[in-house]
Design a protein around this ligand. Structure first.
Ligand code: ASP
Length: 353
């Protein structure tokens, strides 16, 4: 079911979907919205009311920053009541970070925010951009059997799948199915039709509250990726980064790290200084658990378990929580609890058979 004439707001930020080749360098560069939409004449067949807002100038998403997330969140917030759904056109490189950040910023979201882009520019004969754009607009207009928006969260539509935004990761630089959520099922499968998996869609308990957008993000956070052979001086240098408040520590397997004394000392001294360290696995699938001695040793230093959260969701969640002006204890508590479907808590701490 879709509303009589759905009203959709397209927010064009840039990315390959709207790029054209620079004749001098032969590299792709972002181009304006008129060029993009002129290449999708079929969109008019939908008979939707579609308006647009464009970044000036549109950007390659490698240049995306928290200030741009605020700009997107502002566009959605200011137009929230006037539209049934929102489609954000975005480069693929940092799409999962933007999707994660927006999911935390847009509290009480009850309308679809569908992010899409493409691997080939819209002007190319074999482009995936036309189909992605049209499907994203249809998903943004879809309603459930009660007439409520089918999708009430931030999601990424790419080729055959709709993924929860804060669960997604860019997994391919050239495959049309460029995204995947390794720890959470797809929200919809796109084939001949759009087959929504309603049991997977986010439905926050209705509390009568309006959209509440958080515009404050704190970027005094960083990611440290462990590797065998990391020097004590390197790690201590990173942990002592001036002004740092939160660190996503990417650990091995089920949240394991070296049991060497210098390592656990360096981590626990940092935690004692008041820096929050968030333990996120380097594996794309699975979660942080205290299965091994090496996991116990790290947990004993006071790091916060990230369960099955992605690094993209972890770093943006830290920016959001540090920006919220709450206590360090509250930040630690909220980091390891789901806010909007970004992580799953373990049902049991027994070792899976
Ligand atoms: N570099 C491009 C971007 O992220 C890649 C893409 O859109 O696929 O903007």
């Amino acid at each position: 079911m879709t509303p009589a004439q759905p009203k959709i707001l397209l927010i064009y930020t840039g990315g390959t979907i709207g790029m054209i080749e620079n004749p001098a360098t032969h590299s792709l560069q972002p181009f304006d919205f008129t060029h993009l939409i002129d290449n999708v004449p079929k969109i008019r067949l939908l008979n939707y009311m579609i308006d647009n807002i464009s970044f000036e100038p549109p950007i390659d998403s490698s240049d995306m920053s928290p200030a741009h997330w605020v700009e997107i969140a502002r566009a959605i917030t200011d137009n929230y009541d006037a539209y049934d759904g929102f489609v954000v056109l975005h480069g693929t490189d940092t799409m999962s970070y933007t999707a994660s950040a927006l999911s935390f910023m847009l509290e009480n979201l009850r309308k679809p925010v569908i992010i899409t882009g493409s691997q080939l520019p819209i002007g190319e004969v074999r482009t995936d951009g036309e189909e992605n754009l049209i499907t994203a607009v249809q998903i943004a207009a879809a309603t459930d059997r009660h007439g409520a928006p089918m999708v009430q969260e931030v999601a990424i539509l790419f080729e055959n799948y709709l993924w929860r935004g804060n669960r997604s990761t860019k997994r391919s630089a050239d495959n049309f199915n460029a995204f995947k959520s390794h720890n959470y099922p797809e929200l919809a499968k796109i084939g001949l039709g759009i087959n929504f998996h309603e049991e997977a869609l986010l439905r926050q308990p209705y509390n009568g509250r309006q959209l509440h957008t958080h515009f404050s993000l704190d970027t005094n956070v960083m990611i440290i990726d462990l590797f065998p052979g990391i020097e004590e001086s390197t790690l201590r240098h990173q942990l002592a980064t001036p002004g740092i408040k939160g660190i996503v520590l990417k650990t091995y397997g089920a949240g394991n790290a070296s049991t060497a004394r210098w390592f656990t000392d360096a981590i626990s001294e940092t935690v004692k200084r008041g820096v929050i360290i968030f333990n996120v696995t380097q594996c794309v699938n699975g979660s942080v658990q205290k299965l091994y001695e090496a996991g116990h040793a790290l947990a004993a230093t006071g790091v916060v378990p990230g369960h099955d959260i992605t690094a993209e969701a972890a770093i943006t969640k830290m920016m959001f929580l540090f920006g919220a002006g709450i206590s360090t204890e509250e930040i630690s508590r909220r980091l390891s609890q789901p806010i909007c479907g970004e992580l799953t808590l373990p049902h049991s701490n027994k070792r899976p058979i």
